[in-house]
Design a protein around this ligand. Sequence first.
Ligand code: PLP
Length: 456
Amino acid sequence: MRDTNFLIENNAKHVWHPMANPGEMRENPPHIIEYGEGVEIIDIHGHRLLDGVGGLWNVNLGYSCEPVKAAIIAQLQKLPYYNAFRGTTNSPLIELSYELCQFFKPEGMARTFLTSGGSDSVETCLRLARQYHRANGQPERTKFFSLKKGYHGTHFGGASVNGNANFRRNYEPMLGGVHHLPAPFTYRNQFETEDGAVIAKKIAAIFEEEIAFQGADTIAALIMEPVLGSGGVIVPHETFFPLMREICDRHGILLIADEVITGFGRTGSESGSRLWGIKPDMMSTAKGISNGYFPLGAAMISEKLVDAFESTKGALGTISHGYTYSGHPIGAAAALATIAEVKRLDIAGNAATLGVELLSGLQALKAKYEIVGDARGKGLMAALELVSDREKKTPADKAVVQALYDAAYEAGVMVRTSGSNVIISPCLAIGTEHVNRILSALDTGLAAATSALNTR
Ligand SMILES: Cc1ncc(COP(=O)(O)O)c(C=O)c1O
């Protein structure tokens, strides 16, 4: 292992980081994180931080989850890899597929397709949606609907249903036949209302109109996140998901819940679908499935789709899709241990309780600082939206947001910024003292951001 000076000198020199400008990264290299302990991380200079990002919405059980580490080590010794393509399988995969179907039984899930991460799970759901309709005798159902501000990963299918221009423009043209509905966003929307129920109805009406225009028999699926994460933690009104479910049902359109963030407890429920009381046709999951210790995802498939695949012989029913690491034995072992811990510790229950404390603290910060335009969240996913003018809702600029980030970092809390949003998604195994530390660092950060705004 090279020494600290080598690492600092070579930081961001030979790698292009995801979601970053390589030139800017060279000029302003990222923090080097060396250790993880409990719900904290420690950088290369020994600076200890409470991780308000939870890795990247995925290290839900924290960095010292011994059962998951032990499961990985044991599986590494036993069988580090073998493929799961037709002809071979492995024991953790078999056990995990059983556990996942049990875990998501209330959502109506009956089969699982294992992947290497969230983008893969989304891609799998999109592809299986089209194949389902073919196998079901409706091959013209190929189009997808999704939400503006939704995030569904970076593969071409996922990026095509993505609802944020930043992730699309440089890579266009995207997949044809993809249509976007407005986001169910109370703070910013085209409907001139902050009433979530009204917004839900308006979006439903736009969906209905577009279905009539496109022809229901051309539409394969609607994909959406139960709570929109990367787009700025947008929490829809409780009527929104059920409304969309009902429309999809009436028109034979599959509903894919992208639960990559919301699966396994983050919203305060085992899944976002369960939170809103709906049963999707498919669910894309990843992140918290393996506590972030191993790249893994799972596309979950409901009972409704099973027969079309399992009773269709030959090429039409064959899943000509999959990854070298689909059903990786180490990933499966990690996920089995993770799910056992998620259940044992009632992680969803903890996220629900602590989420209420976090949100009320964020709302108090909004009352204290003019620069906070909006404070929102569900469970342990939350955001502050910073504005330079509260009346006009003018998004705060980069330097102001950076001032908050830097001050919070100094104060010992890692947060994530995205545009003018400050996103909070800590490990789900935190306690009240951790919520208070996050709020106190944000207080410090908001004071710094306010002075950055005033000294421009
Ligand atoms: C809702 C959602 N879907 C898909 C993805 C893509 O997952 P991955 O980055 O593991 O490919 C993400 C990642 O943040 C996500 O939040």
